[in-house]
Design a protein around this ligand. Structure first.
Ligand code: IMP
Length: 182
């Protein structure tokens, strides 16, 4: 593949921060069960690495959220594409999100899950793009703050749904943004 991109966060930096977060969450939830809820699809890789360094009883449920609109621009209208399969009442809920951009997706999901009366609800976020925030979401931890660039890799996709399998988080350069292969 002849692709040009700039690495913003390397795989080793991601792994180091996730280890730290795992230790923190293990202490925070000591003696308790946690329902970890990755938001599909972008957070699947982050969640898979995070739960392996959380030394507490963990269950995993998936939520799918998408916003209507062009691929790189959120329309502001969020819809649920997949819901959880068991009641969250009185559970410790840990939402795992890949990136908070406008904040609309996470704010929508938090409101939805709070209405199910969990014992606690927290959100851990891999990437924070604060410059584009439209609504505030309640962020327990964000691992990296990045500039206003469209990023892919480590679970996050780009045009055509590609790039999720890159181990680093990268910003595609303009000239390659719409050409995935060759
Ligand atoms: P928000 O609702 O604007 O905060 O957007 C959140 C969702 O948009 C994320 O869960 C991603 O799926 C997607 N998104 C926002 N920025 C990026 C990016 O730079 N790369 C890939 N996906 C992104």
């Amino acid at each position: 593949m002849n692709v040009k991109y700039d690495v913003l966060v390397s795989a080793s930096e991601i792994s180091e921060k996730i280890m730290e977060l795992g230790v923190e969450l293990t202490e925070l939830y000591a003696g308790e069960e946690v329902v970890v809820i990755p938001l599909l699809r972008g957070a699947f890789m982050f969640a898979a690495d995070l739960i392996r360094v959380m030394d507490v009883p963990v269950r995993v449920e998936f939520l799918g959220a998408a916003s209507y609109g062009a691929e790189t621009v959120s329309s502001g209208e969020v819809r649920l594409t997949l819901d959880t399969s068991f009641p969250l009442h009185d559970k410790n809920v840990l939402i795992v999100e890949d990136i908070v951009d406008t904040g609309l997706t996470l704010a929508y999901i938090q409101k939805l899950l709070k209405s199910r009366n969990p014992r606690s609800i927290r959100s851990v976020v891999l990437l924070d793009k604060p410059s584009r925030r439209l609504v505030e979401a309640d962020l327990h931890r964000t691992l990296f703050t990045i500039p206003d660039k469209f990023v892919v890799g480590y679970g996050l996709d780009g045009p055509g749904g590609f790039w999720r399998n890159l181990p680093d988080i990268v910003a595609l350069r303009e000239e390659t943004e719409n050409t995935h292969s060759e």
